[in-house]
Design a protein around this ligand. Structure first.
Ligand code: S3P
Length: 193
């Protein structure tokens, strides 16, 4: 397990001799994972949090808890804009816990305020993948409202085309096809820089 140090300002951290090796990471804010649905944010986020010994939270799970309704139902009864508002508020609250890894819903970055908060208050990491991989992984569940009744390849491709410039504003990106352990290691190496 890597040793994690929390502080408000990386420049002011004193690392004595016992802390000076590549396994030590100074976290000034939480780690947030963004990327398309099916890219593996939850799986990789859990592994990363475990490896760092910090907590893991999934923003969709928190939305369901606070609304008392499934994501699909929120979309159906209140519409996507209401879901995005709630998602923004939940993510803002989750960003307060700097000792955490946050897996976000794939479309949260479409709200400019949410993207700005994530850029400012997290180590923002974009997980990427080929559309074919997303098609295969999203086929395992049928609870994603934006894919309902649509050709998954076409739907994911057009969502990705619109979102790519937003995801690209992350501080670091990594291809999730490399295998979860490798992806986690790449993220840790980036955080340790
Ligand atoms: C969405 C992704 C979903 C969920 C909702 C909308 C999106 O989360 O928030 O269905 O707009 O891409 P995952 O990315 O965890 O599947």
């Amino acid at each position: 397990m890597s040793q994690v140090i929390f502080c408000n300002d990386k420049k002011n951290v004193y690392m004595g001799p016992s802390l000076l090796n590549s396994e030590q990471i100074v976290l000034t804010k939480p780690i947030a994972l963004i990327g398309m649905m099916g890219v593996g944010k939850t799986h990789i986020g859990r592994l990363l949090a475990k490896e760092l010994g910090i907590s893991f939270v999934d923003s969709d799970d928190e939305i369901v808890l606070s609304a008392g309704q499934a994501v699909c139902d929120i979309f159906e009864f209140y519409g996507e804009p209401a879901f995005r508002d709630l998602e923004g508020k939940v993510i803002e609250r989750l960003l307060e816990n700097k000792a955490s890894v946050i897996s976000t819903g794939g479309g949260c970055i479409t709200q400019p305020e949410t993207l700005e908060k994530l850029k400012l208050s997290s180590h923002l990491i974009w997980l990427t993948s080929d559309i074919d991989v997303l098609v295969e992984r999203t086929a395992r569940r049928d609870d994603r409202p934006l894919l309902k009744g649509r050709d998954p390849h076409e739907a994911l491709s057009s969502l990705f085309a619109a979102r790519k410039p937003l995801y690209a504003q992350a501080a670091f990106s990594v291809d999730s096809g490399a295998g979860a352990r490798d992806v986690v290691q790449k993220i840790i190496d980036y955080l340790a820089e």
